[in-house]
Design a protein around this ligand. Structure first.
Ligand code: ZN
Length: 347
């Protein structure tokens, strides 16, 4: 796969670079690998598939990471805590049922265990701290002053390799156009377009700088779904999605992004949604991945995330990234200083 990209990308990037006068166009390829279609996060091997896609073409280049997901969930962030309480009650009931089953026999107990597994899989798709828009502004200002969030921000925005050393994309690159249209080039399966529209509405509520829309009119971000076999044939084994971004290291930042997603086997809508939110987050300028287990349910950019919604921390990163405090071309140290300024400024 790397070889394929090595032969294909430099040519197109060079053509692109030559077609415009500004010299510093970079292409980033973020390739997100998977152990799909495994059944739960516990099946994800400890060693994630961290591969270097291909170094050094025009300048910045991409990465690769373990990335998979499990099942669809009916989770929506509004009312998420209510749903969590209900799930909590269901879990309690199941615990009692399980104890009773233990008295009556093994078969009932086994049934209960199976149900528990299903619940855990559904829980895997929910961030620990879903977005609460009413408090996002306050939350973002509050956390921007904290060291853990500045680390979270730089991990999410800057791409790093497996040893946590910064590499291919050492600067911020974000969209600077007032309007960015996202187009689905084909059908991603039941409910996927509706899901994307929901994501885009949330993006627009998280930040004020760029209005993201779903539409055909001069799309800047495209999303293509490929049948599993077709995806493997064209993108190689071991991934479920990748995002190729063209950007300047100075203004105007990102100028186009192409997302390709493995539509997987029929019925794998949850997988497709988790891949879509992960790749879309790359496409708006978040280049990194998280690998610590604690971040598994905290970020859609966890290397093998199954989340289908942004967490409060993810949303805060997006909000601060798309604020006047953070600009295309900033390095990590500069971005951390900007975050301190953001915290002091009151947003
Ligand atoms: Zn990724």
């Amino acid at each position: 796969m790397s070889l394929e990209w090595q032969t294909r990308i430099p040519d197109s990037a060079r053509t692109w670079a030559e077609s415009i006068t500004t010299p510093a166009v970079a292409v980033a390829l973020r390739d997100c690998a998977t152990l799909f279609p495994s059944r739960s996060y516990r099946d994800v091997a400890a060693g994630e598939l961290l591969r270097d896609a291909s170094p050094s073409l025009v300048s910045g280049f991409g990465r690769d990471a373990g990335w998979r997901s499990s099942r669809e969930s009916g989770y929506h962030q509004v009312g998420g805590s209510g749903l969590r309480r209900i799930v909590g009650i269901i879990v309690s009931v199941l615990v009692i049922a399980g104890l009773a089953a233990g008295v009556y026999g093994c078969s009932l107990a086994l049934q209960w265990l199976q149900r528990q597994e299903g619940l855990n899989a559904a829980l895997d798709q929910r961030p620990e701290q879903p977005v609460a828009f009413s408090s996002l502004d306050r939350y973002s200002r509050e956390v921007a002053g904290k060291a853990w969030f500045r680390r979270y921000f730089t991990t999410m925005v800057f791409s790093r390799d497996a040893n946590d050393v910064e590499y291919h994309a050492p600067v911020v690159a974000k969209w600077e156009r007032p309007r960015v249209a996202i187009k689905l080039l084909n059908d991603g399966g039941p409910g996927v377009e509706k899901y994307l529209r929901g994501l885009v509405r949330r993006l627009d509520r998280m930040q004020d700088e760029v209005r993201f829309v779903v539409g055909d009119d001069a799309p800047r971000i495209t999303v293509r779904f490929l049948a599993h076999d077709e995806y493997v044939a064209s993108q190689g084994q071991g991934t479920v999605g990748n995002t190729r971004t063209r950007y300047y290291k100075t203004s105007p930042g990102i100028i186009s992004a192409r997302i390709t997603i493995d539509a997987g086997q029929p019925g794998a809508t949850g997988q497709v949604k988790a891949t879509l939110i992960h790749e879309l987050t790359h496409a708006i300028g978040c280049n990194g991945h998280f690998s610590a287990p604690d971040d598994r349910r905290r970020s859609v950019l966890y290397a093998s995330s199954s989340l289908v919604a942004w967490s409060q921390s993810d949303a805060a990163v997006i909000r601060v990234l798309y604020s006047p405090w953070v600009r295309t071309g900033m390095g990590a140290a500069e971005a951390r200083r900007a975050l301190r300024g953001y915290a002091r400024s009151g947003g």
